[in-house]
Design a protein around this ligand. Structure first.
Ligand code: SF4
Length: 327
């Protein structure tokens, strides 16, 4: 027997929402999905009227849906934002070139200006070249540090006030576990925030903080959005994979598990900088490139030096925790 939509009670249910287990029609699914993102934006005060927002656009499902939904909500609720697409070309053949082609199509489809910044021009190295030197074990350490800085540099060129990223609830719950397992409590308390760097020159916002990955895939599928679905050819990240599998097992038992993990982590608070009991790193500028850094040289300059002077393999061996930037 075909069930009626549990929301409007009129149309036939077409989707069982992974987040709630409720069966809804497509129209209600779209409306609920968009309203929940809007609520995250409003309740966390992610944006202010007139801001320029750079959307980190990889061409994958998360950032494609983010660009689409932010454009839609910006019109629907008159946020008054100037939106831009900002892509990073890491120089990974057979992967990033194809995903950037999807971003180029979205630029036209959504009518958003696009800026692409690339590792080769910023650091003198592509990821293909880096992997040739350091192998495939901890390549994501280099890539993560470089990407974070590349996004900031691109956003500065765009004169953006904020960077919006497509990190979803699954990503955040995985990161919570990883930081917990590493005992990295400062990162644990930061990674769950919908806004990081509030008060800095370039805060980052996560409108999909409470949005399930499965719902993003469903939204993209039903809306027939144009995105690139293949994984990076250098994606080993086995440790994150274990955290992901653990969460999937939890979610199979209880659909709310992902959001429960996020709510639990929101209760953790690390003391604020300025508390005399806690030594927090002092933020200053990198002496070479002027990027924000807690040391004389920023992480990207240290890693670039190690590539240029042939010590990258040693840095790489000791640096997985020290230089991890995405988490
Ligand atoms: Fe970079 Fe690793 Fe992501 Fe590939 S999987 S894009 S190498 S961080």
């Amino acid at each position: 027997m075909v069930r009626a939509c549990s929301s409007c009670k009129v149309d036939k249910a077409a989707v069982k929402r992974p987040k709630t287990g409720k069966a809804v029609c497509k129209k209600c699914f779209f409306g609920l999905f968009e309203d929940e993102v809007h609520q995250t934006i409003i309740s966390n005060k992610l944006f202010s009227k007139g801001e320029r927002v750079a959307i980190g656009a990889s061409g994958g499902k998360d950032s494609t849906v983010l660009a689409y939904v932010l454009s839609l909500l910006n019109r629907r609720h008159s946020y008054g934002l100037d939106l831009f697409l900002l892509s990073v070309d890491e120089g990974i053949s057979g992967y990033r070139d194809d995903s950037l082609a999807a971003v180029q199509r979205n630029k036209v489809e959504y009518g958003l200006p696009l800026l692409v910044v690339d590792y080769k021009r910023l650091y003198g190295w592509t990821m293909d070249q880096i992997v040739q030197v350091i192998g495939r074990k901890s390549n994501c350490t280099f890539c993560g540090v470089f990407r974070r800085q590349a996004l900031d540099r691109g956003a500065t060129l765009l004169k953006a006030d904020k960077v919006a990223t497509g990190h979803n609830a699954d990503d955040i719950a995985e990161t919570i576990f990883l930081n917990f397992l590493r005992g990295d409590f400062p990162r644990l308390s930061r990674c769950v925030d919908a806004v990081t760097g509030r008060g800095s020159e370039l805060p980052r916002v996560k409108p999909f903080k409470y949005t399930y990955e499965k719902e993003i895939v469903m939204y993209a599928y039903f809306k027939q959005l144009d995105y690139f679905a293949t994984e990076c050819v250098y994606s080993p990240n086995a440790y994150r994979g274990h955290a992901r599998q653990f969460l999937k097992d939890l979610e199979a038992k209880r659909p709310s598990a992902i959001v429960d993990v996020i709510h639990a982590a929101e209760q953790f608070r690390f003391p604020e900088p300025g508390n005399p009991d806690v030594a927090m790193p002092v933020q200053r500028k990198c002496e070479r490139c002027s990027y924000i850094s807690s040391q004389r040289l920023c992480k990207a300059c240290i890693l670039t030096d190690s590539l240029n002077n042939g010590t990258a393999a040693q840095v790489n061996r000791f640096s997985t925790n020290k230089f991890s930037s995405n988490e």
